[in-house]
Write a protein that binds this ligand. Structure first.
Ligand code: ATP
Length: 362
């Protein structure tokens, strides 16, 4: 049983150009069976946070606790935490068994005592028949499973994974992703997983921490992160195509609150519209929820700039004469051509953000 607590950690690096704040006040918890993913753009502090948990970096301030015990200053091998790096290549000159047992060897476990856990880890990953083979004799998928077995062999209380799928081709990525989920369910320990790929985060996690500039912007379930973004950054980072934005104005009458984009008032189902006061806001809406009409007078006027087809769907880029174009997802069979004049209409779901801070208002 394990309970990991990251409590207000801050990490500042000294660089030739001065101080670099990599992590600023990051807190979250992960319990047994929970898969927590840190996601965010390059340089937002994901890896540094993970390295602090692993003991490869010491936070400038803040605490890391495991089952209530302060482990902030403990060396990595005394933490009961296993870290799987970006590259999960096997050592080519060692058998699969030696590869899997390698972390135990490093920990000084004798040869006789290494065999049992290595076999057990291989059984977990369903590669026990491969133990005496060389890595070169295994398929790509089997190699991945052997590398995962090497991570589980120490039977740690917490698993950390730093972009373990980033070097893999699409097929192997999908396979390994399933394997990671399977071992997570079987072993039932907390996993803290780092990726810059929001789709990976959305499909694998129980909780997602969306990071930006060293801070957590939102820590929530994938569903809440997608449907209830705290701010514009989260809305734009999460989702297959990010979120469209348009400058808009809140218009209040005695009985009604609406949001207008250049006089166009979409029929929106806003949460708590009474919280909105009159004035300029930023409206965010998803491309999947953006309709393109060719014979309507209502909507944001624009011109189809590009149509990209992905199987049944096509993503349309619409130039609306502002700095950022709009995206709309349409049925790829639809008869629409580049250069067409359209009106972009917003479906029922949209989010209203503060024009300056980007914080969600409804
Ligand atoms: P990526 O997805 O590119 O790996 P990341 O979100 O994991 O990025 P970090 O690697 O944690 O980000 O880096 C956060 C910031 O801290 C970056 O600006 C990086 O340049 C800086 N940084 C990280 N490690 C060091 C270091 N050892 N010395 C100085 N600066 C560092």
């Amino acid at each position: 049983m394990a309970h990991l607590e990251v409590d207000n950690i801050r990490k500042v690096f000294d660089t030739p150009d001065g101080k670099e704040v990599a992590v600023e006040g990051v807190s979250f918890e992960a319990d047994d069976g929970e898969f927590v993913t840190l996601v965010g753009p390059s340089g937002c502090g994901k890896t540094t946070t993970l390295r602090c948990i692993a003991g490869l970096e010491t936070p400038t301030s803040g605490k890391i606790r495991l089952d209530g015990r302060d482990i902030t200053e403990l060396p990595p091998n005394k933490r009961d935490i296993s870290l799987m790096f970006q590259s999960i290549a096997l050592y080519p000159h060692m058998t699969v068994r030696e590869n899997i047992a390698y972390p135990l060897k490093v920990d000084g476990v004798s040869k006789e005592k290494r065999n049992g856990p290595a076999t057990e880890a291989a059984q977990t990953m369903q590669i026990e028949d491969m133990l005496d083979k060389m890595p070169g004799d295994l398929s790509g998928g089997q190699q991945q499973r052997a590398a995962l077995a090497r991570t589980v062999v120490q039977d740690p209380g917490v698993f950390l994974m730093d972009e373990p799928l980033s070097d893999l081709d699409a097929k192997l990525k999908a396979e390994t992703r399933k394997e990671i989920q399977r071992i997570h369910e079987k072993l039932n320990t907390p996993v803290v997983y780092v990726t810059h790929d929001q789709e990976e985060a959305m499909t694998m996690s129980d909780y997602i921490a969306v990071m930006n500039d060293g801070e957590i912007e939102q820590f929530d379930s994938p569903n809440d992160i997608f449907y209830r973004p705290n701010n514009l950054f989260v809305g734009q980072f999460i989702g297959q195509h990010g979120m469209n934005v348009a400058e808009a104005e809140v218009v209040r009458s005695d009985s009604d609150v609406s949001v207008a984009v250049d006089g166009y008032e979409p029929d929106l189902r806003l949460e708590n519209p009474e919280n909105l006061s009159e004035g300029q806001v930023t409206l965010g809406f998803r491309p999947e929820n953006t309709l393109l009409e060719t014979d309507a007078t209502e909507g944001i006027p624009g011109v189809v700039e590009l149509i990209e087809t992905f199987g049944e769907e096509a993503v349309v880029t619409v130039d609306i004469d502002r700095s950022e174009p709009l995206l709309a997802v349409i049925d790829s069979n639809r008869d629409l051509s580049e250069g067409a004049d359209v009106r972009a209409q917003i479906g029922r779901y949209a989010h209203v953000f503060d024009e300056e801070t980007g914080d969600v208002l409804t």
